[in-house]
Design a protein around this ligand. Structure first.
Ligand code: CAA
Length: 283
């Protein structure tokens, strides 16, 4: 299938990054969110991030202008109807994602591929509630999307080969690398990354080290670009907790038990950079 137009649901951190890279690769993008304000902010962020790439001579000013010209925004979900590929990048809550697919489906062409950028929710279960489980799969970007090279492509139990190949071709056109993953809780990256972050929170909780010493240990001792607590703040502590809960529930193993300190921070509304407070204070 020849994919040209891409509908993106959700203009947050992931959605605006996906719109950025898709438009830069030449796709026509329709980006939707619930409010004009959210869309305005997303466009500002995309503009700023493209400008950063112009300044670092990664792209030309013409590339930037062309990419911006390929992005349309709308608060009407049904405007995404004519898209060849939909990437849902809404809040990491299954009921929200399901409701979006339900509202969207009556407006779609029969051949449209539906995907979710979910970081951990079952693709098979999301797919089973749509009219096209064979044309449904996981399309999981890493944050920050314009920088990170990997895209996880996750097959649900019913995903057909044509759908997988079409998505793999899009990843190739983005100049990114696809990793194929089977549909088990949190797939590959988060299955490995989140227990490490959770363990770092336990290390803090048990007083083994301070925030600074834990992060510098992993940066300088294991060559990670960010320490695990800094990374947790970057990803969002609510997202980290949600993923740990998916692992804990889905694999029924106590090794995935979310650290009580992580739960407490989320309950306090200390969600990391996006709320200006997490393991670090950004105020
Ligand atoms: N858009 C475009 N370019 C960006 C950008 C953005 N949003 N953010 C950073 N960049 C660019 C910078 O311009 C810079 O470009 P050059 O190499 O050309 O100079 C480069 O990225 C590095 O940025 P900085 O110099 O500002 O900062 P840095 O060297 O500290 O790197 C980082 C920042 C890339 C975020 C780095 O710290 C890093 O790789 N951190 C780890 C990120 C990570 O692990 N992400 C995965 C999270 S897990 C996930 O996403 C899955 C999930 O489901 C939760």
């Amino acid at each position: 299938m020849d994919i040209q137009t891409i509908g993106i649901v959700g203009a947050g951190q992931m959605g605006n990054g996906i719109a950025h890279v898709m438009a830069l690769a030449g796709y026509d993008v329709k980006l939707t969110d619930v409010s004009d304000d959210a869309l305005r902010k997303a466009i500002e962020i995309i503009d700023g991030n493209l400008e950063r790439q112009v300044k670092r001579e990664k792209i030309s000013a013409e590339d930037k202008a062309a990419a911006m010209g390929r992005i349309q925004t709308t608060t009407t979900l049904s405007d995404l109807g004519p898209s060849d590929l939909i990437i849902e990048a809404a809040t990491e809550r299954e009921t929200v994602k399901q409701a979006i697919f339900e509202d969207l489906i009556p407006h779609l062409k029969p051949e449209t591929i539906l995907t979710s950028n979910t970081s951990s929710i079952s693709i098979t279960r999301l797919a089973s509630r749509t009219d096209r489980p064979e044309k449904f799969m996981g399309f999981h970007f890493m944050n920050p999307v314009p920088v990170m090279q990997l895209v996880e492509l996750i097959r649900g139990i019913a995903t057909n080969e044509e759908t997988f190949k079409a998505c793999a071709e899009v990843v190739e056109k983005l100049n990114k690398t696809a990793a194929s993953a089977e549909d088990f809780p949190a797939f590959i990256v988060n299955r490995i990354l989140m227990p490490m972050i959770n363990e770092a929170v336990y290390t803090l909780y048990e007083g083994v080290g301070s925030v600074k010493s834990i992060d510098s240990s992993m940066k300088l001792g294991a060559n990670h670009p960010m320490g695990p607590l800094e990374l947790a703040d970057f990803i969002g502590l609510d997202t980290c907790l949600a993923i740990m809960n998916v692992l804990h529930d889905g694999l029924a193993d106590t090794k995935y038990r979310p650290c009580p300190l992580l739960t407490k921070y989320v309950e306090a509304g200390w969600l990391g950079r996006k709320t200006q407070r997490g393991f670090y204070d950004y105020r």
